[in-house]
Design a binder for this molecule. Structure first.
Ligand code: ADP
Length: 487
């Protein structure tokens, strides 16, 4: 029997490569995400910066307005709160312009704009300051200054400078917000890719892990099958040797008996004769008779030894034995799949047997069935069991082969009886010896509907006499297993 080996699947060799590639991709995408987040942070700070500039500009505009309003208020009413309000607006303008210049310090065009603005603001506040100093008491002079201010158009210049600056900043804000939006979108997309990749790599890792586990399980099953095959082959060799010596002993016994008879007849003839050497011939014939008897005794001892059928019995599961034998036999029927059904009665599963020897019986019967069905269009094997009388269980192995050959019908359990060109004719004989050594019996028949049915009995472990004809047929009680073997 050839040991079964399996090629490792391609995935097993590609597994580290696949994982490595996924990891690399993961690192690249994570790096891209990091860079993008950095850019996103930058673009956000630019948006914020532009907002700060715009706020600062509107603060300056408000302060200019406040200074002008308070100047007019004071001129018209002479109330001190207006002159205070003016001074406050004037002071804040200076600090606001300083902070705006600091904000746009990295942009020379903006710095120039701020300086221009500062020039107009300073000129305007100088006029306003003089008006506030003159106050309502010197209204005439104050109105002259106001008239001069209208001519100088300083307010309009301040306004125009502020508006131009604000427009530039608003355009910048729009541009920076668009950039920020597109970078946010890119970051979201990269994050989604990363998530998908993380899920995919988790799935790949889970698949590879499961694949590795399956390979380990397969390896374990292969190893178990190989050790089973080795043990069975050892027992098969021993059984074959035993069976052959037994058959040889049986065959030799008859000629030995005849030799003894001839020697004794010759002894009697020489006794009755007047041959001069009759004493010598008689002694030689006695020795020949003794040696023949000795040869007979040796052969008898050999038969006794072989016939003793030493077995190593323990409580075993019939189902496990049958399944092991099926997986061993499946090796020979790879090219011709067989539909196998197991219908073993679970109440008669525990048997007291020599496991390896009984496996040998199953294997012989299953292999014979597979071989018999090789050229049949329909290949079905059924193995069933049911409790039998006297604490035994009956196992039935039936196939859809051509049935038993009439030539061999009455001697198929004898050693060397075979109809196969390459057969030894030992399998059934060994099976019978094993079954009988367990106190059981084995029979074969060809039912009317065709095929061959082998039936044998084995002792049940509980040894109860629960003989019930209907057990195996009861679908509730018998566990049925169907499988396609060899495909
Ligand atoms: P071998 O298989 O070497 O011939 P066996 O003792 O196992 O020796 O079988 C003896 C003979 O019994 C086979 O040659 C075959 O003619 C017959 N035989 C055994 N099993 C079957 C079967 N399932 N269907 C038909 N014939 C069978």
């Amino acid at each position: 029997m050839m040991p079964m080996t399996r090629k490792p699947l391609a995935t097993a060799t590609h597994a580290p490569l696949l994982l490595g590639a996924t990891l690399l991709l993961f690192i690249v995408i994570a790096g891209a995400l990091f860079l993008n987040l950095m850019r996103l942070r930058d673009s956000f700070s630019w948006v914020q910066h532009t907002n700060d500039v715009l706020l600062s500009l509107s603060g300056i505009q408000r302060a200019v307005l406040e200074a002008e309003t308070n100047e007019r208020g004071y001129l018209l009413t002479g109330i001190d709160s207006y002159s205070d309000g003016y001074r406050h607006a004037h002071d804040s303008l200076g600090s606001r312009l300083d902070s705006l210049r600091a904000l746009v310090g990295d942009n020379s065009a903006h710095v120039a704009r701020v300086d221009e603005l500062r020039l107009y603001v300073d000129m305007r506040t100088a006029q306003l300051g003089r008006v506030v100093e003159l106050g309502p008491e010197r209204m005439r002079e104050a109105l002259d200054i106001l008239e001069q201010a209208r001519t100088d158009r300083l307010t309009e210049r301040v306004e125009a400078s502020l508006t131009a600056f604000t427009r530039v900043e608003q355009a910048l804000l729009t541009e920076r917000m668009l950039k920020h939006d597109s970078e946010s979108l890119a970051a979201a997309l990269i994050t989604a890719c990363l998530l998908i990749l993380a899920v995919a790599s988790a799935a790949i890792a889970a698949f590879l892990l499961e694949h590795q586990r399956a390979a380990a399980r397969q390896q374990e099953a292969d190893q178990r099958l190989q050790s089973l095959q080795a043990e069975l082959m050892r027992v098969a060799r021993l059984s074959t040797m035993g069976e052959m010596s037994s058959a040889l002993a049986h065959e030799l016994n008859q000629p030995l008996g005849a030799i003894t008879n001839y020697v004794q007849g010759s002894r009697r003839l020489i006794e009755a004769s007047s041959h001069p050497d009759k004493a010598k011939i008689g002694a030689a014939l006695d020795k020949a008779a003794q040696q023949t008897l000795r040869a007979g005794a040796v052969i008898q001892r050999l038969r006794d030894f072989v016939g003793r059928g030493e077995t190593d019995k323990s409580i075993e599961s019939l189902r496990a034995i049958a399944e092991d034998a099926l997986s061993l036999a499946s090796v020979v029927t790879r090219d011709r799949p067989v539909d196998v059904s197991l219908a073993l009665d679970p109440t008669a599963d525990r048997v007291l047997v020599d496991k390896v020897q009984v496996q040998q019986v199953f294997l012989n019967l299953i292999r014979n069935a597979f071989e018999a069905m090789r050229d049949e269009p329909e290949r079905r094997l059924r193995i069933s069991s049911r409790p039998a009388a006297s604490g035994m269980v009956e196992i039935v192995v039936s196939d859809t082969g051509p049935g038993l050959d009439a030539q061999i019908n009455d001697r198929m359990f004898q050693p060397f009886a075979t109809t196969k060109a390459d057969g030894m004719g030992i399998g059934l004989s060994i099976s019978q010896t094993i079954v009988q050594a367990h106190g059981g019996s084995i029979t074969a028949s060809t039912p009317a509907e065709g095929g061959t049915v082998f039936s044998f009995t084995l002792p049940r472990a509980d040894n109860s006499d629960g003989h019930r004809e209907t057990d195996a047929a009861d679908p509730q009680r018998s566990i049925c297993l169907r499988a396609k073997i060899g495909s």
